[in-house]
Write a protein that binds this ligand. Sequence first.
Ligand SMILES: Cc1cc2nc3c(=O)[nH]c(=O)nc-3n(C[C@H](O)[C@H](O)[C@H](O)COP(=O)(O)O)c2cc1C
Length: 159
Amino acid sequence: MERLTARFKDVLGRFASGVTVITSIDGEGPAGFSCQSFSSLSLDPPLVLFCVSKSSTSWPRIAATGRFAVNILAADQQDVCRAFAVSGADKFAAVDWTRSPYGTAHLEGALATVDCHVADVHDAGDHLIVIGAVRELRDGRDHPPLLFFRGAYAQAAVR
Ligand SMILES: Cc1cc2nc3c(=O)[nH]c(=O)nc-3n(C[C@H](O)[C@H](O)[C@H](O)COP(=O)(O)O)c2cc1C
């Protein structure tokens, strides 16, 4: 099993992706976690998805609000990604963020934000597949994206 896990991570890690931070705000304050499994799903109606580990401590708080924002990270936001990948930490202390009209947290410097309400959640192994119905799309900074590839941060050769 350990060999399979290592092989799975090694092979699947060859699929490069962008990186996002999924957020919401409940009575305790903002909650969020780094997430690379984000994807667009449907144009009509507009849907997106991400996969979250059943061990996530932020997800139950986000799920209870029924909404989330996807913050698409820029190449110079590695530190933000690292901060939001630590369970239980005060993740929002080190970043500038604002409360959106939808009750989610928008991180300063993101390339774009996608606000959604939780449309569906499917069980899938040790993760959940979360489907979001898009409420608002917002452009952010014009900057290259942050990428994750083979367990490390990478940058795309784009403007
Ligand atoms: C680049 C990167 C991508 C990640 N993608 C995901 C993901 O798609 N789904 C997920 O559940 N966790 C993902 N994680 C791990 C979570 O961010 C991490 O487990 C975090 O501690 C969860 O925090 P929480 O317990 O506050 O929810 C990723 C971490 C990094 C660094």
